[in-house]
Structures are given as structure tokens and as C-alpha cells.
Write a protein that binds this ligand. Structure first.
Ligand SMILES: Cc1cc2nc3c(=O)[nH]c(=O)nc-3n(C[C@H](O)[C@H](O)[C@H](O)COP(=O)(O)OP(=O)(O)OC[C@H]3O[C@@H](n4cnc5c(N)ncnc54)[C@H](O)[C@@H]3O)c2cc1C
Length: 399
């Protein structure tokens, strides 16, 4: 730690979570690794506070800390089950704690990187760059600020919005219970109650797994209600009937919205959830963050600014997400049936490419044909004439 209050840095990273630390990690593996960087986060980042799942075709920047990977995934819905071979993709999981430790380990090798555990109060553009103030009264300046703290407020009534709220159990069974080669991506065999509810199972060993329920709705449950869904699911759908213990839990919420989070404001570049990197139709964010920080660092290296244009595929993805979110939010078609149709009628790789915003236009048309087209046309009409223009359908991913 070589912090000097009021010091000037090349870059200040406000929020050292998935996005901030991914950017830092990428910077430290680039030609910009000698730049002076200050990372500010109010948390110590010493807890395993989340588990990130994502899929990709090639090894990623955090390949060596991938906790487990699968190439075959189950999809279940009442009356329909399919074991998906997801090649060329691999489904991967990274534990938060491994990610925080790894980025800390890499950063510790660079005396030009300073990390401070402190709350960020304000971030402002100035005539010469940015100024950041913290809750201990310090003020720092930089040429650019990369921010993943959301200081705004999403006015839910003006956009399409669904929470993805979830609770998971890390369980350890007494006897062998899991096939570590096969995870469950989505299992809708739980009462839907007019919402979109599914479970997923990530087996880490024959006796250890994360079993989690995720619900797309704006009505959160009491902890006991999530637990009873998990318990019932374990009873009804896991072949194992012996004793198991819950070794840890994970609970959280991911806002799924087409609110147009600005990508940047002056010399402040917004990242992660605060920068619109969360897929509005699924809540997946981690892989998007990796793509985004790669583009940012490349642009910095090649053009001297961190403001790359958003790829067309990503722009299209925002429109599709708005459509899908509208269908789900308005209940135009049940979520379980919708995902069931997609997985029944498409090769898994096409769906995964689509959800990663790396599909071709042809693949997107093929995929759209397998949706309940009339419901999507209705959604299109409603979006065209509906008043809520502040989301991605209205003004796009603002810059
Ligand atoms: C439990 C959980 C599980 C998830 N699982 C997945 C998954 O499987 N796959 C996936 O793709 N996405 C997942 N997500 C969504 C998303 O990937 C994560 O939320 C991810 O951490 C978002 O990255 P971020 O950098 O935007 O936010 P964060 O990782 O939350 O980082 C923001 C940082 O800002 C800091 N901060 C906030 N306010 C201040 C302040 N005022 N001053 C200083 N610091 C501040 C916080 O301490 C935090 O470290 C999950 C989310 C949660 C909550």
C-alpha cells in the first residue's frame, strides 16, 4: 500500500468486484501494466460472496481458477427432459473467493497499483480528468475512472424490469449422489405460481453440489419459502435419498432490466451491472464483463481512450432482451414453456451463442422461428406503441 491522499493516478477503479477487478487484471496483462492505478472498494473481498457461472468456447483469462467445468447439461421441464451436449462450449464456474484472491495476487506484484478499502462518495468529471472523493475525506484525481458502483436509481415503472432473486444451498451428502460430468442448467419442475421459476444443480464432486432456485419476478420470498422449494426439489428430483448437510448458502438478486445504463459519462466509464453488462433476459453478467473489459483495454492500447463502440451483436442482443423481458414481465407466454420450446427445438450451441450475444443474424432468425412468434409479434407491437421509452428499446445503451 503506497496510498497518498490527493494523489493523481492514470486510472481510478471505483468498485473492486467482478468488473473492476477483471479490468485491473486485464490492464496488468497488457502494455499498460505500468500505469498508476488506484482501486477503491468498501468491502474487504475476503468472503466467498458469489459463484459465477458462464460458458465460453475457449480458455478465458481466469481459466486456472475455474472451480469446475461441464460439457453436458440437463434441461428439464414438466414432460420434457434433455441432456444437452453443449460443444463447442464449456460451462464453467468460478468461486468469488478464488477470483478475489487471484486478482489480489497479481496486483500485489505491481507497485504501481494501490488498493484501498474505503467507501466512494462522489465521482465527478473535471476540466482535466476525474475527481473521486471517499468517505474518509480523501480526494483523488485521475485521467479516467472505471466505475462499477451504481449511484443512480432505476425507475422501474419507466422500463421493463424483473428481479432475478435466488437462494442456493451448498450441500454435502453422506454417500455418492452426483455425476460430476453433468450439471443441471435449468429445471422448471417446480410450481411456477405464474412466475418463471427454475432450479439448477452444479455438482462439484460425487458428494458436493450447489442446488439453487432462481425466480424471475418482482415479488421476493421469505427465506423459509426458498428453503422449502429447495427441500422439495431435493426430495422429488434428486435420486439420492440419504443424509445431506448444508455447508453454506448463497442468496441474492440480479436486476433484469432494459434500463439504459450509460456506458460512459465524460471520463467516467461504467462497468459491470452499473454499466449495463447484465443480460436483461437472463441476468448473466460475468462473461459480458470479460468481453467488455477486453474491448476497453484494446481501445486504450490502440487509440488512447477507453471508449470502444458497442459491437452490433451486442446492440441486437439488447433489443432481443427487451422483447424477451417484455414477454416475461407481461406474462404473454409462460417462462418455463418458452425456455422449453427453445431447448427442444434448437441445438444447444445456438441458444448459448445467442445468450452470449455471439450468434449470427441467421442463427438469431432460426431461433426466433422456434419461439411463439405471435406472442413476440404482439410484444413488438406493444413496444412500438407503448410509452416506456427509457429502456434499451427507446434510447439504447447510452454513451
Ligand atoms: C450471489 C450472486 C450470484 C451471481 N451469479 C452469477 C452467475 O452465476 N453468472 C453471472 O454471469 N452473473 C452472476 N451474478 C451477477 C453478476 O455477475 C455479479 O453480480 C457480478 O458480481 C457483477 O459485477 P459488478 O462488478 O458489476 O458488481 P460487484 O461484483 O458487486 O462489484 C461492485 C463492487 O462495488 C463495491 N461498492 C459498492 N458501493 C460502493 C461504494 N459506495 N464505495 C466503495 N465500493 C463500493 C462493492 O463492495 C463491490 O465489490 C451473480 C450475482 C450475485 C449477487
Amino acid at each position: 500500500m503506497n496510498d497518498r491522499s490527493n494523489a493523481h493516478y492514470d486510472y481510478i477503479i471505483t468498485g473492486g468486484g467482478a468488473a473492476g477487478l477483471s479490468l485491473l487484471h486485464r490492464l496488468l496483462h497488457s502494455s499498460l501494466k505500468d500505469r498508476r492505478v488506484l482501486v477503491l472498494d468498501k468491502a474487504s473481498k475476503t468472503q466467498n460472496d458469489r459463484t459465477w457461472c458462464f460458458w465460453e468456447k475457449t480458455p478465458g483469462p481466469f481459466e486456472h481458477i475455474v472451480f469446475h467445468r461441464w460439457q453436458r447439461l440437463w434441461f428439464h421441464q414438466a414432460g420434457f427432459s434433455k441432456l444437452l451436449d453443449i460443444a463447442p462450449y464449456t460451462y464453467k464456474v468460478i468461486r468469488g473467493i478464488d477470483f478475489y484472491r487471484e486478482t489480489e495476487r497479481v496486483a500485489a506484484q505491481f507497485p504501481n497499483v494501490t488498493r484501498r478499502q474505503v467507501g466512494v462518495d462522489t465521482i465527478r468529471n473535471t476540466d482535466t480528468g476525474v475527481a473521486v472523493t471517499t468517505d474518509d475525506g480523501s480526494r483523488y484525481t485521475a485521467d479516467w475512472c472505471f466505475n462499477s458502483i451504481f449511484f443512480g436509481k432505476v425507475e422501474k415503472e419507466k422500463v421493463r424490469y424483473l428481479d432475478q432473486h435466488f437462494r442456493g444451498w451448498f450441500i454435502r451428502t453422506q454417500g455418492d449422489a452426483f455425476d460430476t460430468e453433468q450439471a443441471t442448467l435449468m429445471d422448471f419442475r417446480t410450481p411456477q405460481h405464474g412466475e418463471t421459476r427454475f432450479l439448477y444443480v452444479l455438482p462439484f464432486s460425487a458428494r458436493e453440489a450447489l442446488v439453487e432456485v432462481a425466480i424471475f419476478s418482482n415479488r421476493h420470498l421469505q427465506r423459509a419459502e426458498y428453503d422449502s422449494i429447495l427441500e422439495r426439489y431435493m426430495d422429488e428430483h434428486l435420486a439420492y435419498t440419504g443424509y445431506y448437510e448444508i455447508t453454506d448458502t448463497e442468496q441474492g438478486n440480479i436486476p433484469m432490466t432494459d434500463y439504459a445504463f450509460p456506458a460512459s459519462e465524460g471520463r467516467i466509464v461504467h462497468l459491470g451491472m452499473a454499466g449495463g453488462d447484465t443480460r436483461a433476459s437472463t441476468g448473466y453478467t460475468f462473461w459480458n464483463i470479460q468481453q467488455r473489459v477486453e474491448r476497453i483495454v484494446q481501445q486504450l492500447e490502440n487509440k488512447g481512450n477507453p471508449l470502444p463502440a458497442e459491437p452490433f451483436a451486442q446492440q441486437r442482443a439488447r433489443r432481443y432482451d427487451t422483447l424477451l423481458l417484455h414477454v416475461l414481465e407481461k406474462g404473454l407466454y409462460p417462462g418455463d414453456a418458452l425456455f422449453g420450446r427453445l431447448f427442444e427445438r434448437n441445438p444447444p450451441a445456438r441458444i448459448l451463442a445467442f445468450l452470449n450475444a455471439e450468434s449470427s443474424l441467421v442463427e438469431e432468425v432460426q431461433l426466433m422461428h422456434t419461439t411463439p412468434v405471435s406472442k413476440f409479434l404482439r410484444a413488438l407491437v406493444e413496444l412500438g406503441v407503448g410509452g416506456r421509452k427509457h429502456g434499451a428499446w427507446g434510447i439504447g445503451h447510452g454513451a
